[in-house]
Design a protein around this ligand. Structure first.
Ligand code: GDP
Length: 195
């Protein structure tokens, strides 16, 4: 996939601020620190378009990136930081829910989990939520470079079992460090936005 253009468009907190040109959208969701910004930068061959997080739960907005003027990536806030106050969690949850349930151009959600660890309760909740609302979901297991190749299958099995994944849902390995899985993920994205 040749990324000719990648523009950060807006950080939105409410639907009125979402882009309104009806281009298809792929959302990215995952625990804070899972490697979401790194994956976006890696896919787009940009160093710092999506800012990698240093502070827990810093991004509480939905960040839209327009790619090749053909579709959007919607980076939804990272979840799962215990230290975030309940009130903030609530606002967050509401914003995510409003977006994920109500967003017409949304074609699929890339749900990211860390390959090294079994998915957390929050990961499970997110996956169940997406399935319940019949939103297409692909699981991307990040930081593959940190797990020896010989153990990949074992770790993937744990991810699938912990999330109780549907057989038909794709699961992919990814490393922002080595760009492993990049072409495969692009392939899925291109197919889905063309539909
Ligand atoms: P975000 O909070 O989900 O946006 O996560 P970041 O992209 O900021 O990544 C969190 C940390 O994990 C950073 O220190 C990254 O350098 C590191 N990281 C992200 N992806 C990878 C990866 O594929 N391999 C390795 N080794 N480290 C990664």
């Amino acid at each position: 996939m040749l990324v000719k253009k990648a523009d950060f468009v807006i950080s939105a907190v409410k639907p009125e601020q979402y882009p309104d040109d009806a281009l298809p959208e792929i959302a990215l969701a995952g625990r804070s620190n899972v490697g979401k910004s790194s994956l976006i930068n890696c896919l787009l061959c940009r160093k710092n378009l999506a800012r990698t997080s240093s502070k827990p739960g810093k991004t509480q907005t939905i960040n839209f990136y327009r790619i090749n003027d053909a579709f959007y990536f919607a980076d939804v806030p990272g979840y799962g930081f215990a230290r975030v106050p309940k009130s903030v969690k609530k606002t967050w949850g509401k914003m995510m829910e409003t977006y994920l349930i109500g967003r017409k151009p949304l074609k699929a959600v890339i749900q990211m989990v860390d390959l090294r660890h079994p998915p957390s309760k929050d990961d499970q909740t997110m996956y169940d939520f997406l399935k319940y609302h019949q939103i297409p979901v692909w699981v991307v297991a990040t930081k593959a470079d940190k797990v020896p190749r010989g153990k990949w299958q074992k770790h993937l099995k744990i991810v699938k079992e912990t999330l109780d994944m549907e057989k038909e849902d794709p699961i992919l390995l990814f490393s922002a460090q080595t760009a492993y899985g990049k072409e495969q993920l692009w392939h899925l994205i291109v197919q889905q936005v063309a539909n």
